[in-house]
Design a protein around this ligand. Structure first.
Ligand code: DX5
Ligand code: ZN
Length: 223
């Protein structure tokens, strides 16, 4: 497997100084994040409200890190394309919210983004395996989407293992991403199960030095 990717989630950053917070994990070297993870929430699909396309457009202008947009919104079939057109590197929609996930993936790719599919902890993966052939990333949620700082749900690692197996045997071609409760206590079990990309919010932005937290998590995941 390639070297583990670390994607700090700005949900735990100080929104009043977002540019600086992202810059803190963008210096060249070990402390540089691989992607920056942006959680878009609409207070309908999840019980929280964060930010939308105008803020993402500003983030895209302010950093050269690939921007990983996680859309926790209703009707992604309508709204996701805007994030791809704006220049996001990866745009992830929820399988529980998408009406036509195959068409959605095609549209996202046609707009130049990678297409991501996310799955909540309680949603089984099996019924969606055919759909996944159209996607570039699978974002396995390891907390209920909506808030940072929650505890890791280890049961979801079974979905990671299934996806890993399908990727390793050539049946699927995608990156396996995990989101929720990833920190120094949990990242090793997630890595062992076969995760490629680790989202970490509070473990990065709750740390004294976010860049050093990125480097430490990457090192731990690579063990
Ligand atoms: C939660 C978000 C996560 C969140 C993770 O719904 O999707 O990206 O920022 O936060 P931590 O890493 O603190 O669990
Ligand atoms: Zn997220």
């Amino acid at each position: 497997m390639a070297s583990p990717l670390i994607a700090p989630s700005i949900l735990s950053a100080d929104f009043a100084k977002l540019g600086e917070e992202i810059a803190a994990v963008a210096h060249p070297g070990q402390t540089r994040a691989d992607w920056v993870h942006v959680d878009v929430m609409d207070a309908h699909f999840v019980p929280n409200l964060t930010l939308g396309l105008p803020v993402v457009q500003s983030i895209l202008k302010s950093t050269d890190l690939p921007v990983d947009c996680h859309l926790m919104i209703d009707d992604p079939d309508r709204w996701a394309i805007g994030y791809a057109e704006a220049g996001a590197y990866n745009v992830t929609v929820h399988v529980e919210a998408a009406k036509d996930p195959v068409m959605l993936a095609k549209n996202l790719r046609a707009a130049g983004a990678k297409a991501g599919l996310s799955i909540k902890p309680g949603t089984p993966l099996e019924p969606h395996l055919e759909t996944l052939k159209h996607y570039d990333t699978l974002l396995v949620m390891s907390v209920e989407p909506g808030f940072g700082g929650q505890s890791f749900i280890a049961d979801v690692l079974e979905k990671v293992r299934t996806a890993r197996r399908l990727v390793d045997t050539g049946h699927l071609k995608l990156l396996v991403e995990i989101d929720g409760g990833i920190n120094s206590d949990t990242i090793e079990q997630a890595a062992e199960a076969g995760v490629d990309c680790f989202v970490a919010g509070s473990a990065v932005y709750g740390a004294e030095d976010p860049g050093r937290a990125v480097a430490a998590l990457r090192e731990q995941a690579a063990r």
